[in-house]
Each structure stands twice: as structure tokens, then as C-alpha cells.
Design a protein around this ligand. Sequence first.
Ligand SMILES: C[S@@+](CC[C@H](N)C(=O)[O-])C[C@H]1O[C@@H](n2cnc3c(N)ncnc32)[C@H](O)[C@@H]1O
Length: 292
Amino acid sequence: MSYQDQLEQEGRIWGEAFRQLARETPPEWAFYRERLEYLYTHRPSIDALLASVKPGMCALELGCGSGWLTLALAQAGADALGLDISKQALDVGRAYYERIRERVSGRLRYEVADLNVVELPAATYDLIVIKGTLHHLPEAPHVIAQVKRALKRGGRLWIHDSQGDEHPRSVLLASALMFLLPTHVSYADKLRGLWRFRQNPTERIRMSMQAEGLSPFEGIGRHHDWLALVQDAFPTATVERGLSITGYLAHQIRLPRALAVPTLWLISRVDALLTRLGVLHSTGITVSASLE
Ligand SMILES: C[S@@+](CC[C@H](N)C(=O)[O-])C[C@H]1O[C@@H](n2cnc3c(N)ncnc32)[C@H](O)[C@@H]1O
């Protein structure tokens, strides 16, 4: 498949994913932050990021999908631009913005762009955010060089993404909990799967933990150690490792919310302890860096 065809497929896949998600949850952080997969994982760092935004700041999001985070930056008063390859996903964001624009104090724009070849204007942005996108980009070195060029002096880069492969112990514990907890797979199918795959259910979970959908670029950014690239470009970058398995289980668990929330809370506490002790290893990291 040619690169152009892959980009078109990427656009369609994420457009469909964000259209479906918008049927359940409006593409706005006030609603997203209540979703199980954000509650104990991304929520604290995204809330802290948004609290740091000042009215009038010039902000850019790379790979914004339906634009919920770009919208949140604009709601915090920023002059915000979201770039993504998926016109379909951006249309979800644009349609939603039309409905709520009176509630948005800042300025908001979405544009289609291929980040692998994008040329950003020099010294323009106070804040650049990239969430869940770097691992889809074969040209991560180009993107990071562009980010460095586009930040104003003193400007901030914020990245949240997965980095590296899932650790065997994290996979093992996630597999065991997936087996025990109700998920979208019935217990009968889980037992059948255990028999069919014998020793391999953990391998299947590992692959599923590392994949998000059917993107043709899924994991392609793993060819580069994006964290090392960022640390080279921004030597004072701070790195925060998140939880190891809670996010994955939050996606899979099928329980009424009143039960799912305390169950995930308990898992998140155990996860935090085992991650701190080095028993589990997190692949989800948040990087914050300033241009000196
Ligand atoms: C995992 S989604 C993350 C979306 C959003 N940041 C979020 O957290 O909901 C990855 C996004 O990267 C976008 N993307 C992938 N390759 C891209 C490229 N070459 N240029 C621009 N966007 C790209 C996809 O369209 C998709 O919206």
C-alpha cells in the first residue's frame, strides 16, 4: 500500500473511531474526564496541563483527533490550533465546536496536515501538546525538530504517549485480571480461548495492550526511541511514568459504573504500588519540557 493510501486509511479509521465515541461522549474534556479510561490515568496530568494555560497563549496540538484537547485549550482562553491527518475526525470536532462556541473564550481552529512532513512557523507557540500520536509517526525526528523550531523561547512542550514494549509481568497481571473481571468477552469464550491458545493468551494480551485499533501506522514510531529524541532536543525535559495496567483494564471492563469505578480505583492503587516497587512497568509516559 502506498504512503498516501495508508494516510487515507488512517484518516478513515480515526474519523470512524471519533464519530462512534462522540455518540457516547461529546468530544469535550468536561465529559471525557469522567470516562473510565481517563479517571485514574490521564485525568490528573491533563487537568494540571489545562490549569497552566493562560488566556491569550498561542497553543498547538499535533494529532488532535476530534480536537477535544485543543478545544479544552481554547476553553482555557488560548488561541488554539489542532492539526490532524483525519479530516473526518476534525469534522467531528468542528461540528461540536459550532454547537458550543459561545462557551469558548479563546480562539479555535482545526486544520488537516501530515505531521511527517509538516513545516511549522518559527518561534510561534507558547505551548505544544501531542497526545497518543508520536507512536504513529514514522518521521518522529522531523516532528520533534519542527516542534523545537515552532516553540517560543520559554515555551512548553507537553507529550503523553506510550513508549517501549509492555513488560511481561504487566502483561501477566493484566491477563489474569482480564480473565477474572467481566469484559466484553464472555467467560465461556475466555475459557475456550484459554484452551485454544494454550500458553499464548499472555502474548495475545501483550499485542492487544500495544495496539489501538487497526491503524496502518500503529507502533511504527517504535522504530525511533521518541523519548530519547525529545530528551536530546530538550535536555531539561521531565518524564513522569504513569500506571502500568489500569488504563488497559479501564478500556476492557464491563461493569455498571457504580461497581466499575471502585474496582478500577482499587486496581489503580495496587498498580501504583507495584509500579513504584518496580514489579510492574509502565509504558505510558508524560513528558514536559521548556525551550530554554
Ligand atoms: C491515538 S489518536 C490520538 C488522538 C488524540 N490526540 C487523542 O488523544 O484523542 C492518533 C491521532 O494521530 C493522527 N495521525 C496519525 N498519523 C498522522 C499524521 N501523519 N499526521 C497527522 N495526524 C496523524 C490520527 O489521525 C489520530 O487522530
